[in-house]
Design a binder for this molecule. Structure first.
Ligand code: Q9C
Ligand code: ZN
Length: 344
């Protein structure tokens, strides 16, 4: 299997994130990608390819142009804003306020206001390398899609930061650019009439769902922790089924706290049947390994062997498949878990 990977994904180095009112070391780290890279390289049968630096054309079809311009320029503007009279290192950028429903929907032009306008949460440090790493990730995702459109059975985009919480114009949940959506759009632009996205991260992929919510050419299926008890709280319920031309092209399978393979396997069966029935010509898998029994963010009880079973079930769909890496924060186990999943 081909692996699209660039060292540029290591450029995003968040320092800390909030937990229970205090700060802890950021869970979404460059070490995640390094350990996956090293585990796959040691196995020997994966073919590594570095993506070219050409910005994928699908990026502008997935994200708003004002959001892309903001992300590209955010760090230098934050540094200029914060750095005056500050001799030390520039701290990571976070929003100060959210444009909630009781406020006016305006777009500020100072960096603090813009961070607040474009952020979805307080949990996603924007760093000096966030744009570079995110751009390398969507470039890898698009090129994995190009490989698969060209006849390869499957390709893996070794991406970070993850992408599935990023909406057309919002960052959050550790995500800035939506890799799965860019892969899906690239498959469509390369000739597929219908594409399915299967999101098997522990968290609901709110960004991917919202990007394709009104489109009938992309089926988005999520298996995830019920938003009644888990992030992102405001999307991912079973009653969300799509809108307009997209009615019926969204499927949410929220699961209870503590779900193990028996419960997960039933949902995966339902997801696979929906994908087959939709008639997708290609598949994007948003694969988060934070369903793992040892993951610090997860309540699910999925084992390494279960990841191999998931891989087998997905391969059984017999579709050209792009796999992008989403979450997974049991960092020491991540390389072996990804290897097990891809082997399946
Ligand atoms: N202190 C992905 O897995 N924040 N994103 C949790 C816990 C939300 C995870 C904060 C986690 C988002 C791609
Ligand atoms: Zn997740």
């Amino acid at each position: 299997m081909r692996v699209l990977y660039s060292d540029d994904v290591l450029a995003h180095v968040p320092r800390s994130e909030m937990k229970h009112g205090g700060m802890i070391p950021a869970r979404e780290s460059p070490a995640r990608a390094e350990l996956v890279r090293d585990a796959l390289a040691a196995q020997g049968s994966f073919v590594f390819e570095e993506p070219s630096r050409a910005v994928p054309s699908a990026l502008a079809r997935v994200h708003d142009s004002d959001y892309l311009a903001f992300l590209e320029g955010a760090w230098p503007r934050w540094e200029a804003h914060i750095g005056a009279g500050n001799g030390g290192e520039t701290p990571d950028a976070f929003p100060l306020i959210f444009p909630v429903r009781t406020l006016e929907d305006v777009r500020p032009s100072v960096i603090d206001g813009e961070l607040s306008y474009y952020a979805m949460d307080t949990g996603t440090p924007l760093t000096a390398g966030a744009w570079m790493a995110s751009l390398a990730s969507v470039t890898s995702a698009a090129q994995a899609a190009t490989c698969v459109s060209g006849g390869e059975r499957a390709a893996f985009a070794l991406t970070r930061p993850p992408g599935h919480h990023a909406a057309a114009g919002k960052f959050g949940g550790y995500c800035f650019l939506n890799t799965a959506a860019v892969a899906g759009q690239t498959l469509l632009d390369s000739g597929a009439r219908k594409v399915a996205v299967l999101d098997i991260d522990y968290h609901h992929g709110n960004g991917t769902q919202s990007i394709f919510y009104e489109r009938g050419d992309v089926l988005v299926v999520n298996i995830h922790a019920d938003p009644d008890y888990e992030f992102p709280f405001f999307l991912g319920r079973a009653g969300e089924t799509g809108r307009g031309a997209g009615e019926g092209a969204t499927l949410n399978l929220p699961l209870a706290r503590g779900t193990d393979w028996s419960g997960y396997s039933a949902a995966l069966g339902q997801a696979c049947r929906a994908i087959a029935k939709f008639g997708a010509q290609a598949l994007v898998v948003s694969w988060g390994f934070d369903t793992f029994e040892g993951d610090p963010l997860s309540t699910f009880q999925i084992s390494r062997d279960d990841f191999a079973r998931m891989g087998e079930r997905i391969a059984g769909l017999d579709l050209p498949t792009v796999i992008v890496l989403e979450g997974g924060y049991a960092t020491a186990s991540l390389g072996e878990n990804v290897l097990a999943g891809l082997a399946g």
